[in-house]
Write a protein that binds this ligand. Structure first.
Ligand SMILES: C[S@@+](CC[C@H](N)C(=O)[O-])C[C@H]1O[C@@H](n2cnc3c(N)ncnc32)[C@H](O)[C@@H]1O
Length: 308
């Protein structure tokens, strides 16, 4: 009885309840739990220690990481607590984020399993294919912490990575330094008004940034303005979705887009939108589906572009 009372009291903390629910769905390490619940690692570690002390979760080492999983099954006396955690309202959208995390994990695993030849790697393949590209001047619109920027910089002549968030840029710069990449210029600026010359760029990459901005037309117009004649723009965006929590938690301004709407906005700024690829989602349960559009600057002076 004491154990039950103590466990109920411990789960009065909403963050701890969320963590227990996540671990009841999947085996997770601390970094993963931190990314899912969005609280400091020290606080997550404290909650994990508490849950472990109550024998609700167990700890195990795997591949250099410590993972946490449920320590009891449906026959256990404390199982009603797990049911309680599982059935609690998902106000923070934890379930959708967990689904995304598990999908990414599975992607990495699948890639690794497919690369059975010694010495073979996706990086090598990417380097081989990118050696066929001409030296490209690339601009990364909304680079965030630079995960995509460093991949672009492996094959681009030069990348200008732009973000309005100084903290994101600091992380992106640290990653570029860690990877000894010297062909990136970082720029703190608003994507709607860029201090860059017109017609100077071969490729503008807009990956997962449009849903953060208020006026997508203004951002696309800036991208089109920067492009040389025949320069290309790549837009990676989310399909319309109903996950309203992304507004307050992630600062999204739009709950995805209809690809045709983005395509029309690209045309309006003088880009010929050529392709629309809708990758089949690997995980049908994920509410986030992405689409890809590419466009080419064909007109010399589209009416809507300001000149710098
Ligand atoms: C979700 S991140 C995308 C990161 C990266 N491009 C990727 O695909 O992984 C979106 C980034 O756009 C930036 N951003 C949003 N609106 C912006 C604006 N008006 N000007 C500059 N950066 C902006 C945010 O600060 C954020 O870092």
């Amino acid at each position: 009885m004491d154990a039950l009372t103590e466990a109920f009291r411990a789960l009065g903390d909403p963050t701890r309840l969320r963590i227990l629910r996540l671990i009841s769905e999947a085996r997770l390490n601390v970094t993963e739990v931190v990314s899912l619940v969005g609280v400091a690692q020290s606080s997550v570690s404290h909650h994990l220690t508490k849950l472990k002390g109550l024998d609700l979760i167990r700890e195990e080492r795997h591949g250099g990481y410590t993972y946490y999983s449920l320590a009891l099954d449906e026959k256990a006396a404390l199982w009603p607590l797990i049911r309680l955690a599982k059935d609690a309202p998902d106000e923070y959208g934890d379930k959708a984020r967990l689904t995304e995390l598990l999908r990414r994990r599975e992607d990495v695993q699948t890639l690794n399993e497919k690369l059975l030849e010694p010495g073979q790697s996706w990086r090598l393949w990417s380097a081989a294919l990118s050696s066929l590209l001409p030296p490209l001047e690339v601009v990364d619109f909304g680079c965030g912490t630079g995960m995509l920027t460093v991949e672009l910089a492996r094959w681009a002549k030069h990348v200008t990575a732009i973000d309005r968030s100084e903290s994101a840029l600091t992380k992106a710069k640290a990653e570029a330094t860690r990877q000894s990449l010297t062909n990136i210029t970082f720029l703190a600026a608003d994507l709607e008004h860029l201090p860059l010359p017109s017609g100077s760029v071969d490729l503008v990459v807009v990956s997962q940034s449009l849903h953060h901005v208020t006026h997508i037309e203004a951002v696309l117009a800036e991208g089109a303005r920067l492009l040389r004649q025949s320069g290309r723009m790549i837009v990676l965006e989310l399909m319309p979705h109903d996950e309203a929590w992304v507004r307050s938690r992630l600062g999204h301004q739009h709950l995805g887009f209809e690809p045709t709407a983005v395509e029309a906005a690209m045309r309006a700024v003088g880009l010929e939108a050529e392709q629309q690829v809708l990758p089949t989602p690997r995980d049908a349960g994920s509410p986030f589906k992405a689409f890809l559009l590419t466009g080419t600057r064909t007109r010399k002076s589209p009416a809507k572009l300001r000149s710098v």
